[in-house]
Ligand binder design. Structure first.
Ligand code: AMP
Ligand code: MG
Length: 512
């Protein structure tokens, strides 16, 4: 265990430029984090901090994640606990609304505080948010706090997603507060520093649409978001085009990014678990890691969330739900799309109708790569479905099956004992032969698109329970393995093994 109070100093490096505060005041409430009594850094993302241009001087450069075991009297700890504001921060809680399991509610950051937008040395803008930083105007009945296990869980899974190449918010640090939080049991309070391209959600637009009669706030938010996330695409348009179609272009771009994002989730077996409209980021990052988890054996009906009893957010339902959320988003934009509502609805519907085909194309492209296919063939979708049906029928592990197909040695797995799989396998081999690329190239493609290491539920739980008991070594090893998900390092062989089947299905919990 690398520990080192003496070895690490954290100085500033923050460069805040808080454009969100220029929006109409209804969009946020200024709010400082509530100080905590005994903050202690438990994990710090050295690599991310460096890429953000923060001045981190550590002698522990061999690890991406510096895991601490003791209390540190560092400026970083004070900042990441909310006890001290970094220079230039203008802390606020964002207002938003959202459909939660289909029901519309006025929400807002009930326990998260945006410190501001940090600009990296290369000029990229990121939101820096403290999650679990105390009560805000939007806390409703909540305590504004978060528990250590849940914040470390977000850290682990968001960083794993990043390493897997999926757009996501990042995790910079977790500090414990030294204060208890009361859930079904008494837990250690903690704060996660989340880094995001922005925290503008579908729900932020729903909030805008619900507060104003003349669409002024909505237009301000749409212009702001366009400028912040889609300025490249807009600058490619002529000024006439941009003026006429700006908000339609916006809708189309958001649809495209969501289609791409959900396809990426499907490629790796990720289940978000709580795809409420307030948990869908407009810029197309995965956000809000609550009850999310990775699927083991392939089953589109897989649900881990304890509260998702109807399977609304089941693995196989993620694309239709994203589309449902996008319809809610398009509804908010209607006044900007056309002054006449019927025309606006027609415009929105035409755009929305592209979602399922876009999603399918993104999905197919990724699935082809997972099967080593460089070319397109009309029967590819059937071939992919054939494999998925086999996996479902024989309870095959989603991650390991793809990985085995790309690894000659592992192909002699029990899969080959299943008659349907033998039939499928020969079809696939024939398909590989009709492309110019040889088998080696196909395997290379497969092994760079199908991960070996995902955050398997039982491994995540082991790391969290050890961390809650004060042992961070399990977490550190897990994070190290997850940072190179496509590597076949024998050192990480344990992480390839699915959990032994249990009579009690794995359950995840929201808002813990
Ligand atoms: P989530 O399920 O994390 O997306 O949260 C849904 C809503 O509940 C958001 O408005 C959160 O800010 C709020 N919320 C969740 N946990 C708490 C808490 N402990 N205190 C106050 N608000 C919370
Ligand atoms: Mg949320």
């Amino acid at each position: 265990m690398k520990n080192s109070k003496e070895n690490i100093t954290f100085s500033t490096g923050w460069k805040f430029d808080n454009s969100y505060t220029q929006l109409p005041s209804a969009f946020f409430t200024k709010q400082k984090p509530t100080p905590v009594s005994a903050p202690s850094m438990v994990i710090f993302n050295h690599t991310l901090a460096t890429s953000l241009g923060l001045n981190v001087e550590a002698h522990l450069t061999d690890s991406e994640n510096v895991v601490f075991t003791g209390s540190q009297d560092l400026l970083g700890t004070e900042v990441f606990s909310g006890n001290q504001l970094p220079e230039g921060a203008e802390p606020l809680a964002q207002a938003y609304a959202g459909h939660q399991f289909g029901h519309f509610n006025m929400l807002g950051d009930g326990r998260a505080i945006l410190l501001g937008e940090h600009i990296t040395p290369s000029g990229v803008r990121f939101d820096i948010q403290l999650k679990g930083a105390g009560e805000t105007a939007y806390s409703r009945r909540g305590d504004g706090r978060a528990a250590l296990g849940a914040m470390l869980r977000e850290y682990i899974i968001s960083e794993a997603m990043h390493a897997l190449g999926v757009p996501t918010t990042r995790s910079l640090a977790v500090v414990t507060t030294g204060e208890p939080v009361y859930r079904t049991s008494v837990l250690q309070g903690a704060i996660l520093t989340r880094v995001a391209a922005s925290h503008i959600r579908v729900g932020t637009f729903q909030f805008a649409a619900s507060i104003d009669d003349d669409s002024a706030a909505l237009r301000a938010l749409a212009d702001y978001t366009l400028n912040r996330h889609f300025s490249n695409q807009l600058s490619g348009m002529s000024s006439g085009q941009a003026a006429a179609n700006k908000y339609l272009t916006f809708l189309e771009l958001v649809i495209d990014r969501q289609a791409k994002l959900i396809a990426r989730w499907m490629h790796i077996g990720f289940i978000h678990g709580v795809m409420n409209t307030d948990n869908m980021s407009i810029c197309g990052e995965t956000i809000d890691y609550g009850p999310c988890a990775f699927m083991d054996s392939y089953d589109p009906a897989t649900v881990f969330s304890s509260i998702d009893q109807q399977g609304r957010y089941a693995f196989g339902n993620q694309a239709p739900i994203a589309e449902w959320n996008l319809v809610r988003f398009a509804e908010t934009l209607l006044p900007l799309l056309h002054p006449d509502q019927t025309s606006a609805i027609n415009i929105a519907q035409t755009a929305l109708q592209t979602f399922s085909e876009k999603f399918r194309q993104y999905w197919l492209t990724g699935m082809r790569a997972k099967l080593g296919l460089y070319t397109e063939d009309a029967d590819d979708a059937l071939l992919i479905d054939g494999l998925l049906n086999c996996m479902e029928k024989y309870d095959l592990d989603y991650t390991n099956t793809f990985r085995a197909l790309g690894t000659e040695a592992n192909i002699k797995t029990p899969m080959l004992d299943f008659p349907d799989f033998i039939v499928w396998h020969s079809l696939w081999r024939k398909r590989l032969l009709i492309q110019d690329q040889n088998l080696e190239s196909a395997k290379r493609l497969m092994l760079t698109t199908s991960p070996a290491i995902i955050p398997r539920n039982h491994q995540v739980e082991l790391a969290l329970s050890a961390a809650e008991a004060g042992d961070f070594s399990v977490l550190e090893k897990l994070l190290e393995a997850l940072s190179k998900p496509f590597n076949n390092n024998p050192k990480y062989a344990d992480y390839l093994i699915p959990a032994t089947p249990s009579n009690t299905p794995y359950k995840t919990y929201c808002g813990t």
